[in-house]
Ligand binder design. Sequence first.
Ligand SMILES: [Zn+2]
Length: 255
Amino acid sequence: MAAQTHLFLCLNDNYGVLLHDPATGATASIDAPEARAIETALAEAGWRLTDILVTHHHGDHTAGIPELKAKYHCRVTAPAGERSPIADVDVRVRDGDVVKVGSLVGKVLETPGHTAGHIAYWFEKESLAFVGDTLFSIGCGRLFEGTPEIMWRSLQKLRALPDETLIFCGHEYTQSNIRFALSVEPGNAALRRRAAEVDRLRAAGQSTVPSLLGEEKQANPFLRADVPEVAAAVNLAGKPAAQVFGELRERKNRA
Ligand SMILES: [Zn+2]
């Protein structure tokens, strides 16, 4: 039986997601924004928590860890490279490390920039990637602890994953991201398709996450900083992609 996921909202606009392995019954929570919302999601799905896979140290991704750990005695896996401490961690992982959720095998990708030690979890066989606050649908995370060069490298690492990869990110920011993206590439057909789809989903009260990486590559300006049209749109034709990326991020901060 294939891996199962269960996505749910918590806090204001955070996404929680559970990853379940039917073969063994193992279940991971990707990050732990809020213990109660995660317990409710576990009860709905009828799953028992065995693991927490942490992407980065921010409180809206880690606040629920102590309570969940105390209740479920789950294993907590977290990035080794963060500058700020994360409570109750059992396993610290780095780029290329392998994590297991029952029989599901994930690979750790270091994606610094939003935070210094941010990581993503890629389950190749299942075509799933849990990217925290590095990549959003049609957007990317703010650069709290990294330069544009560092973040651009991280985004390129995610962009190199197969098109069919489903991207689970940490927040529902898609509509605001699309407004900005359309100001950069108003004529991008893939972006316009995604905009129409997202309007439809949000009007129906539905989530825009997960998204397909192949579509993000076509429509997300933050994955397209090395496309000449995008550079020209921010008056940086011929400049290095990291500089174009930095300008996009600055403009989004001001938008
Ligand atoms: Zn964050």
